[in-house]
Design a protein around this ligand. Structure first.
Ligand SMILES: Nc1nc2c(ncn2[C@@H]2O[C@H](COP(=O)(O)OP(=O)(O)O)[C@@H](O)[C@H]2O)c(=O)[nH]1
Ligand SMILES: Nc1ncnc2c1ncn2[C@@H]1O[C@H](COP(=O)(O)OP(=O)(O)O)[C@@H](O)[C@H]1O
Length: 204
């Protein structure tokens, strides 16, 4: 049987490792990937746009979507909800196009449970010291929050064994290249499997 559906790629990893940065750089280049825009209850930041960066919703609207099973996964992160709209992912994959999610670790594990055929990529910091520097450097957290984030990051790093690939984000360009190689090799793998099926069918 030929599998004509697209491939679901999930990029995840601890807070501050550079998920957003790597994803943005990846999508600056020409790519066949379809980025899944998330829902969130967090406030829109200056420069962000509805339906481009996120779909911004109230708590009530978000909880209604959870109740209606409209989200493929969701998580509460720093007191805000974040979630992936299910319909876009399912419809895009069914059209044979690849979908790319950039989400935190709790959500990625939910996707893995519901969608084990996805390709799970864990972005890894060069060191915990560098992770701390990036969280502090971003300047969005108080000192107490930085300590909490680092504690959380240690736990999240233990989850990397559930992933198919681990990519070190030492240099952004290199990390993007690594992610692109993974995408390419997953396509080649798919083609090889299809060829094998074809051969088996011809023999029969
Ligand atoms: N589970 C889940 N996490 C998401 C989703 N969208 C974004 N995130 C994650 O939520 C976290 C916070 O994102 P954001 O508020 O944009 O702040 P950032 O820390 O500047 O990236 C990041 O780790 C994102 O990867 C989603 O749909 N589901
Ligand atoms: N390879 C890298 N080298 C140095 N700094 C980086 C790298 N990748 C990301 N950063 C910086 O680290 C901080 C956290 O990155 P961000 O993309 O917001 O992380 P995440 O989305 O995983 O929380 C940002 O200030 C970003 O500019």
């Amino acid at each position: 049987m030929k599998d004509e559906s697209g491939i679901l790629f999930v990029l995840s990893g601890p807070s501050g490792v550079g998920k957003g940065t790597v994803r943005q750089r990846l999508f600056e280049e020409q790519t066949e990937l379809q980025y899944s825009i998330s829902m969130t209850t967090r406030a829109m930041r200056p420069g962000e746009r509805e339906g481009v960066d996120y779909f911004y919703r109230s708590n009530e609207e978000f909880e209604q979507m959870i109740a209606n099973n409209e989200l493929l996964e969701y998580a509460k992160y720093v007191n805000n909800y974040y979630g992936t709209p299910r319909a876009f992912v399912e419809e895009t994959l069914a059209k044979g196009k690849d979908v790319f999610l950039e989400i935190e670790v709790q959500g990625a594990l939910q996707v893995k449970n519901n969608f084990p055929q996805g390709v799970f990529i864990f972005l890894f910091p060069p060191s915990l010291e560098e992770l701390k520097n990036r969280i502090v450097g971003r300047g969005t957290e108080t000192e107490e929050l930085v300590i909490n984030r680092l504690k959380e990051a240690r736990k999240e790093i233990e989850m990397m064994h559930a992933y198919d690939y681990v990519v070190v984000n030492d240099d952004v360009d290199k990390a993007v290249q690594r992610v692109k190689s993974i995408i390419q090799s997953e396509h080649l793998k798919r083609e090889r499997v299809e060829k094998q099926y074809k051969r088996i069918l011809e023999v029969e």
